[in-house]
Design a protein around this ligand. Structure first.
Ligand code: ADP
Ligand code: MG
Length: 240
């Protein structure tokens, strides 16, 4: 316990909410299948970053989470590993059933960056993912999402277009049990809150929900209270 307190003090980590998982210091503590470990080894990430170390064990145990840490702190892997873990633990989706994991992020560039990080896991775990963003052919994205798909990395506006295309549903999120709002502060600054709030009721009520952000303004806290279930808050590197 004192070790944990000392490490949290060094990295200036604050935890709010009920939590029972100790931070991990090594990847093997996650007890992930070999297909995950081979990718992590290939990436040559020696140890989890502070946000990964605190968030991952809690996410693996199914908790909702708000993760606040500056850009470049490794938030992507913190939400991807538990998503892939949850996907492989569930019955494989049939075509047209829609994705199990949905990641919302404000821009096409961010969506593509996250999707790139997914690729080695898709290969190793044999998963199908799609990247859904504006400014690209919607007909291709419609046909992709109608097929068997495990997860989707999306900008909010284009996902709504896909949900409502041809004035009928081209996909549904009724199997979506893992939802990430990434770069949530930017998503709000860019005015995507109405779209995000329109998407969420299409997902499963018993989903696991994650919010990741570099900053934590009050309006985000208000939204988080609405869409998260008893979340754990992990705040890294905030000046006290
Ligand atoms: P954030 O979303 O917090 O801005 P990213 O998830 O994009 O940060 O990660 C920033 C960079 O750090 C990426 O290049 C990523 O590959 C790398 N990275 C992630 N986790 C680790 C780790 N545990 N060790 C070393 N590098 C890492
Ligand atoms: Mg990021």
């Amino acid at each position: 316990e004192t070790d944990v307190q000392a490490i949290r003090a060094i990295h200036n980590i604050k935890i709010r909410g009920k939590h029972n998982q100790r931070p991990i210091t090594e990847w093997c503590q996650l007890a992930l299948p070999q297909q995950f470990m081979s990718v992590i080894e290939d990436l040559k990430y020696e140890a989890p970053t502070p946000i990964q170390s605190e968030a991952l064990p809690n996410l693996m145990s199914g908790k909702d989470l708000i993760g606040i840490a500056k850009t470049g702190s490794g938030k992507t892997l913190a939400f991807l590993l538990p998503m892939f873990r949850q996907i492989i633990s569930q019955p494989d989706p049939g075509s047209g059933e829609g994705p199990i994991g949905v990641i919302l992020t404000p821009t096409r560039e961010l969506a593509l960056q996250i999707f790139k990080e997914c690729k080695p896991f898709m290969k190793s775990l044999n998963l199908k993912g799609i990247c859904v963003y504006g400014g690209a052919s919607i007909s291709q994205q419609i046909s992709d999402i109608k097929k068997r798909v495990h997860f989707a990395v999306c900008t909010p506006g284009r996902l709504i277009d896909l949900l409502t295309a041809n004035s009928g549903r081209v996909t549904n999120l009724s199997r979506t049990s893992y939802l990430v709002l990434d770069e949530a502060d930017r998503m709000f600054d860019m005015g995507f809150e109405p779209q995000v709030m329109k998407i969420i009721p299409n997902t499963r009520a018993d989903r696991q929900t994650l919010v990741f952000s570099a900053t934590f303004p009050p309006k985000m806290e208000a939204l988080a209270k609405k869409v998260l279930n008893n979340p754990l808050e992990v705040i890294v590197g905030e000046k006290s």
